[in-house]
Design a protein around this ligand. Sequence first.
Ligand SMILES: [Zn+2]
Length: 74
Amino acid sequence: MQSKTFNLDELTLEDIEPKQSAENNSGNVGRQCLKCSHVRLASEGATPSYECPKCGAIYDKVEQLLSASARLAR
Ligand SMILES: [Zn+2]
């Protein structure tokens, strides 16, 4: 088994399959990006709801990696 490395800067849309509800852009208003700490605004609805409008990180992906890292850190 090879050890995993986490590089948030390499996250792209290709790394995740958007959920069917991804087209509902109001879904993540007020959600905070765990990568850059930007809180999503309603006016940023042009950006897909699964993606941070500021840094482009995928919310679920970042949270997944962070929780995985937290487990490894114990
Ligand atoms: Zn961000």
